[in-house]
Every structure is written in structure tokens, then in C-alpha cells.
Design a protein around this ligand. Structure first.
Ligand code: GDP
Length: 444
């Protein structure tokens, strides 16, 4: 999911690359492209409007800082605003102080409530909570059996009306389920309710009655992320009809365009608590606005990379290195220093994965050999300062000596020299903006 939205937003950032100075017209163009991308992804108009306004205002003010160039600042602003419309901080579940906690699930038929009941039960059981699933969906012929199936898969007990007692009354089932949970010391009770194909008053009335019978600590509105523009309408109908304390987005694994996720918080004010990403009991995760924003931007975790880099790199040193790099005066010595700085950040593979567009190189990254860095380091260390400063003096016998000294082969030495010279050339021609020494990495 988000494929096309991500592509379009990345595309819009291209015009900002490598700009030392940002004009308002650059910002305007970028923002209007992002605006179109959001609309195409079915994001609700008021949300789009608020988002683009906020980005614009902040981006106009973006001035050059020492570590981020203006283009990167705009990326950061867009990222931060995405986090904002997705709800800011992740919100923890509300639990009862005493007695069983009650979660009620509401949403349209097929939204994924019953499946979610099982996933939640499993999630809570892993936290050593005893969970009772209550079958208050008596509308759909198969709903009770389905809940029993997921209950079994999740290792949770199911409370359902006695078979043969007619259809039963969902409100009574919920009420008696609560009695059962209290008497038997359950920690959490999850009430699965009926949905319909569309929003209607009878459905809302039943949900309200169940709500009033069990006083839930959380009412989770389950929203099928695939329903596009209808998401906003459905969410507001449930908010006004029953009310809810949180949203669970289901079917985020599908090819939904993303609008529901991006609109629902802004439109209803309720936090997104979980994301469901498949039919299996484990296809379920807590919802973190910042991670989702990074995923939408397809930037890997580029921002945390930048933040980490800001912490680990000595500002002046990396500025000086970046200047040398841009001027084409970057030597292998500088490179070694930069590499040691980068290493402070952690594993190279992890680091490379955080770079934007890393997804395209998944296979190469999987095959990336951490020892390659050790080899490079050994080669550079076996060179004399004069050699590091000027690779042109590396004749055959020097290369052989370096290879022997570093425990590598002449081919390894040649390879490094070639890649480094190519990188140097690229940097003279402009290269990547602002990533300092990393852009000069041979092999990247
Ligand atoms: P309910 O009517 O709201 O209880 O919805 P169900 O839990 O019965 O789900 C409806 C259908 O969607 C079922 O076939 C589920 O297996 C499927 N489903 C539920 N959640 C997800 C999800 O996150 N991803 C995918 N791909 N399918 C899901």
C-alpha cells in the first residue's frame, strides 16, 4: 500500500535536491504536487487543506541550518506534518483500574471486527492477560462460529448464546458476558458486535445499547482501509451514532490508496490504535504515526538517520569534509575518518537500509558484506599518508605492497581505488546533497 502516493511524493521532492537556497515558488510547486498526490490517494479534502497549509507555512520559513539543507528540511517538515495528521504520539490502550477491562468493537460488516477480536486476544494473552471474547454479533449467520474459530486460534474463551435458544439478544449476551468475566476473574473482555453493509440507524441503536450495557473502556472503530472516500462518511456516522475512543485500520496489506489512514484521525479526532495487515492472527501491529509517515514517504528511516548523523558527527568536521568533498579534494584519509564516524552509528547494512530508495536495492543490501568495510579499512591503513592523499602515485609495486600489508589482493586494492575515483568524480559533478561523507562512499 501507499506505493503510488509514496512515488508521487518522492517525485515532488526531486526539485528540491541540492538547492542551497529555496524559493517560495519551489515550495509552492512541491506542495501542490503533494496536494494532488494526497487527493488521488482519497485523503479527505479538509485534511489535505490543513496539511498543505501547515507544510507551506513552515517550509517558507526553512532556512539553511548547518546539518540539513533546505530540501531536506522540507522533507522533514512534510514528514512531521504527516506524523501530526496521523495522530502524533502512539496512544496506549486504556485499561480498567479494577475488574475486567471492556473493549467493544464496532464497524461495518466485513470491516474485520471478528478477525480483530482474535488478534487482540492473542496480543493481550501474550501480555499474560486472560481474555474473554463475547459474541454479540448475532446478525451474520456465521459470526458466532467464526468468533469461536479465531478464539481457538488465539487461545481465548468465547462467550456465546446457548445454541438452540433462538437467535438471542446481543445486548443480553454482552451483559451476561460481563457477569461471566467478573465472576471468573477475566482481565479483558472483547465484545464483537454486528455490522451491516451500510450505516443505518438500527445498527447504531443496537451498538448504543451494547455500549450502555457494558460501559467499555475502549470502543474501537474498525475501518477497512480499502473503502477509500467512504471512510470519512462511515467514520463520522459511527462517531456520531455510537462514539469511539480509537480506530483500528484493517486491510492495510491490500492495495488501498491510503486515504482512510490519513483522513480518519483528522476527521474524527480519535487516535489510530492498531493496524491490521492480513488474515493471520499475527498480522497486527500497534500503530506508530512516525513509522507510518516514514513508510508513506518511502524514505526508509531517513529522518532518524539524519538525526542520528547529527548526533554522531562532529558538526565542524563533517562540514569541512563535505566542503572538501564538493570541491573534489576529498582524500582517502578523509574517507577513513568519515567511515569511522559512520561506524559509530551502527551496522553498515542497517545504515544503508535507512537511506532513501533503499527498497530498490534490497537484494544488494541483503548481500552486503560487513567485512567489506573491514577490508576497505585495512587497505587504507596500509597506505602511506602520501598515497592516501594522491592515488595517482600508486604504481604496481605499491599496490602489491598494500595488498600484502592489508591481507587482501591487488584486485581488491584496484577495485577500491577505482570506485573511490569514480565517487570523487561524481561528487565534483554535484552528487547527493548534504549527506556529507556518506555520499563519497565507494560502492554506493
Ligand atoms: P467483520 O464482519 O467486521 O467481523 O469482518 P471479518 O473479521 O469477518 O473480516 C472480513 C474479511 O476480511 C474476512 O475474510 C477476513 O479474513 C478479512 N480480513 C480481516 N482483517 C484483514 C486484514 O487486515 N487484511 C486482510 N487482507 N484481510 C482481512
Amino acid at each position: 500500500m501507499y506505493g503510488s502516493l509514496s512515488d508521487k511524493i518522492s517525485e515532488s521532492f526531486k526539485r528540491l535536491r541540492g538547492k542551497g537556497l529555496l524559493r517560495e515558488s519551489d515550495v509552492d510547486l512541491t506542495v501542490s504536487e503533494i496536494r494532488r498526490a494526497l487527493i488521488d490517494a482519497d485523503v479527505a479534502l479538509p485534511v489535505v487543506r490543513e496539511f498543505t497549509q501547515a507544510v507551506k507555512t513552515k517550509a517558507y520559513g526553512a532556512t539553511r541550518t548547518q546539518s540539513l539543507n533546505p530540501g531536506q528540511q522540507v522533507v522533514k517538515i512534510v514528514h512531521d506534518e504527516l506524523v501530526e495528521i496521523l495522530g502524533g504520539e502512539a496512544r496506549d490502550l486504556h485499561f480498567a483500574q479494577r475488574g475486567p477491562t471492556v473493549f467493544m468493537l464496532a464497524g461495518l460488516q466485513g470491516a474485520g471486527k471478528t478477525t480483530l477480536a482474535g488478534k487482540l486476544a492473542k496480543y493481550l494473552a501474550e501480555d499474560n492477560k486472560r481474555v474473554l471474547l463475547v459474541a454479540s454479533d448475532l446478525q451474520r449467520p456465521n459470526a458466532v462460529t467464526q468468533l469461536q474459530v479465531v478464539g481457538e486460534r488465539a487461545g481465548a474463551t468465547v462467550w456465546a448464546p446457548e445454541p438452540g435458544n433462538g437467535v438471542g439478544d446481543p445486548v443480553n449476551v454482552a451483559r451476561s458476558g460481563l457477569d461471566h468475566a467478573i465472576r471468573n476473574g477475566y482481565d479483558v473482555m472483547i465484545v464483537d458486535t454486528a455490522g451491516r453493509l451500510g450505516v443505518d440507524e438500527e445498527l447504531m441503536e443496537q451498538a448504543r445499547q451494547i455500549r450502555d450495557a457494558v460501559n467499555p473502556h475502549e470502543i474501537m472503530f474498525v475501518l477497512d482501509a480499502m473503502i477509500g472516500q467512504d471512510a470519512v462518511h462511515t467514520a463520522t456516522a459511527f462517531r456520531d451514532g455510537v462514539g469511539f475512543t480509537g480506530v483500528v485500520l484493517s486491510k492495510l496489506d491490500g492495495d488501498a490508496r491510503g486515504g482512510a489512514a490519513l483522513s480518519v484521525r483528522g476527521v474524527t479526532g480519535a487516535p489510530i490504535l492498531f493496524a491490521s495487515t492480513g488474515e493471520g492472527m499475527d498480522d497486527f501491529e500497534r500503530f506508530y504515526p512516525d513509522r507510518m509517515a516514514s513508510r508513506i514517504l518511502d524514505m526508509g528511516d531517513v529522518l532518524s538517520l539524519i538525526e542520528q548523523a547529527q548526533k554522531a558527527f562532529d558538526e565542524k568536521e563533517s562540514q569541512a569534509a563535505a566542503e572538501k568533498l564538493m570541491a573534489g579534494n576529498f582524500t582517502l584519509d578523509d574517507f577513513l575518518q568519515q567511515m569511522q564516524q559512520i561506524r559509530k552509528l551502527g551496522s553498515m547494512k542497517k545504515l544503508l537500509k535507512m537511506l532513501p530508495g533503499a527498497g530498490q536495492f534490497r537484494e544488494q543490501l541483503e548481500n552486503f558484506d560487513e567485512r567489506e568495510i573491514d577490508r576497505i579499512e585495512a587497505i587504507v591503513r596500509s597506505m602511506t599518508p602520501a598515497e592516501r592523499a594522491d592515488l595517482k602515485i600508486l604504481n604496481g609495486s605499491r599496490r602489491l605492497r598494500i595488498a600484502k600489508g592489508s591481507g587482501t589482493t591487488v584486485q581488491d586494492v584496484n577495485g577500491l581505488v577505482q570506485r573511490f575515483e569514480a565517487a570523487q568524480k561524481m561528487m565534483k559533478g554535484g552528487g547527493l546533497p548534504g549527506m556529507g561523507g556518506m555520499a563519497g562512499m565507494p560502492g554506493m
